[in-house]
Design a protein around this ligand. Sequence first.
Ligand code: WTA
Length: 633
Amino acid sequence: MKTKIQSLRDYSNDYHESVVDPEKFWSKIADNFVWKKKWDKVLDWDFETPKVTWFENAELNLTENIFERLLPTHENKTAIIWEPNDSEAAPIHLTYGELFKATCTFANALKAQGVKKGDRVIIYMPMVPEAAVAMLACARIGAVHSVVFAGFSATALADRINDCEAKMVLTSDGNYRGNKNIPVKAVVDEALDTTQFVEKVIVLKRTGEKVEMKKGRDFWWDEALEGQSDRHEAEPMNAEDLLFILYTSGSTGKPKGVVHTTAGYMVFTYYSFLNVFQYDTDDVYWCTADIGWITGHSYIVYGPLLAGATTLMFEGVPTYPHPGRFWEIVEKYKVNQFYTAPTAIRALQVHGTAPLEKFDLSSLKVIGSVGEPINEEAWHWYHENVGKGNCPLVDTWWQTETGGIMISPLAGITPNKPAHASLPLPGVQPIIVDAEGVELTGNNVEGNLCIKYPWPSMIRTTYGDHQRCKDTYFSTYKGMYFTGDGAKRDHDGYLRILGRVDDVINVSGHRMGTAEVENAIDEHPEVIESAVVGYPHEIKGQGIYAFAICDGSDKSPEVLEEEIKQLVRKIIGPIAKPEHVQIVSGLPKTRSGKIMRRILRKVASRDLSNLGDISTLLNPEVVEDIIKGAGLD
Ligand code: WTA
C-alpha cells in the first residue's frame, strides 16, 4: 500500500481497507517510521472508560523520525523558512541539519536547567523558529510541552501553569505583531506572581526590550545554550507517553488540557499532511496559523517536518505593513500550498483584489481553510482570486481534540464542492446522529457529528481530570466521540459542517466558551449575573455578545459596558473581548431557572423572527426590555 493517495480510486480502496481492518491499515502507515521497539498490538480501545491505546508497548522518539530518519536524504533541505514581522528584515532558513543541531542544543539546555522526562514546560512565545525548536527539544527529552498562545492574559497563562503544574516557562522579551510590540515577559512575570510551580524561565531576546530578570529564576536563551553540545541521544518514549497538552475552551468551566500522546499523533499528522495537501518533494508549504493553536502544532511543526517538507513560519499579521503581505510572501518564497482561516480570507476580501494583483501567485497548487465553517462567498472569493480558479481548495474539518484533519477533500483528488469538508480521511469514521444518538444513515440528513471508531491522534484524556474527558466527549452519546458540531450529509454523500451545537463560540477561528467569558464578566463588582452568546459577524464568523445585570451602580450603562469589555480583555485576552455588552434588568429564564439563550441569540443576531413562545418563561416581561435595550423595538 502506498502512503500517498494518488487517485479517487486509491482513496476508496484505502478508505475501505481502513474500515475493514484498521489495525492492518495503520500498521502499514506506521511502518514508514523508525521504532526503538515495535508494538505488541496496534489498537486497544473502549469509548466507555474511555481508554484508547495505539501501538501498545512500542518505543520511539518522535524527533528521531524527523531527524535521524530523514537526515540521510534531507540534511541540506530547508526545513523551516522564517519570515519576520518586519518585511524589510532578514528571513531565516534552517535546513534539517541545522534544525537538528538547534533542537539537540536546546534539549541539552533544558536538561541542564533541570527539566526531566514527563515535566511540563509552557511555551509562551512569538512565531519565531526558536518556538518550534523548543517544541522539538521537549519532544526530544520527553518533556511535555504546553504552548499557550502569546495573546492570552496573565490570568489565563497562570491558570494553565497551575493546571499542568509546569516547571518551566519559555518566553521572549517582547513580541512583534504588526505595528505592535507586546511586552510578553511582563505578562509572564505577572502570571508567576500567582503560581508556585515554575522554577525557571528562559527568555529569548527578540525585541531588545528592557525586561526584569529575576535572579536564579530567569535566564536568557543564549545563556542557557552556552556550552551545550549540539548532539543529543533521543529519550526513548512509550507510544502512549504524553507528547503535549494544549488547552482549549469548551461549554463549561475553565479551558481543559487536551492530552496528545506520541506515536498515534505522529502517525496521523504525517499521514494527513501528505494526503490532504498532496505535498511533493520540493514544495514550499505555508500554514498561517499560530503555534499557540492545534493547527500550528500539527500543520506547521509536526506534520510537515515528519513528512520532510519545507514549512514556512510567519511572525506577523496579514495586513501589516500592507494588505497584500500574505501574497507578497507567497511570491517571495514561491509557496505551493497555502493554508489559512476563513476569518483571514474575509478580512482580506474587504480590501478587494488590488492587493492580490500586485503579486505573482502562480506557484500556488493547493489552498486550504481551517478553523470554522467557510461561507460560500468567502470560498468562491478565495478559490477564484487566490487560487485563480485552478487550485483545489481543501476545507479541512478537525479539532484540538482530534489532533489532525478528519474530514477534508484530498487536494486534486476529491472533487471540490464549495463550503463542504466533503469526505473523511481513511481511518476516520464519522457518523451523523439525531438528538437521541440514533445514527442517520443515507444521504440528505442533518444532525450531530460523532466519530464511532478511534483514530490514532485522538484525545486521550483531559489533563488531571479523566472524568471531564468522559463527560465532555463520550457521554452525550454512548459509545461515540461527540464533536460538538452539527453536520449535514448532502445528496452526494458529501459532508458539510454546520458549526457548534453547544455553548462554544468560534470567534475568528478561535474557540471561546460562553461560560468562560461569563465567569470573567462576573468578576466585575457590580455585575450580578451575565449571559454570553455568539452572533453572526461578517469578518470574525461569530462575535461575542454579552448581557449583564448590574446592581447598585451609579455608573452610566456606557461606562459599565466599557469596563466589562476591558475586564474580559484583562482576564482572558483581547480575543475574548465582547463586541457588544448590553446592561439588562433581567435575563429570560425558564421556570427551572435556566437562561433561555435561544432568545438572547435572537436579540444578538438582530433577528426577532420565530422568537417562539415566551409565555412559559419565569419572567417574560424582561424579554421586551431586552429587545428595547438592544434598539430593536
Ligand atoms: C470548527 C481547529 C467548519 C468546528 C482545527 C470545530 C470547522 C472547532 C472547521 C475546532 C471547518 C474547524 N469547517 N468548522 N473546516 N475547522 N472548525 O479546536 O466547530 O480550535 O469543532 O481546532 O472549529 O476548533 P479548534
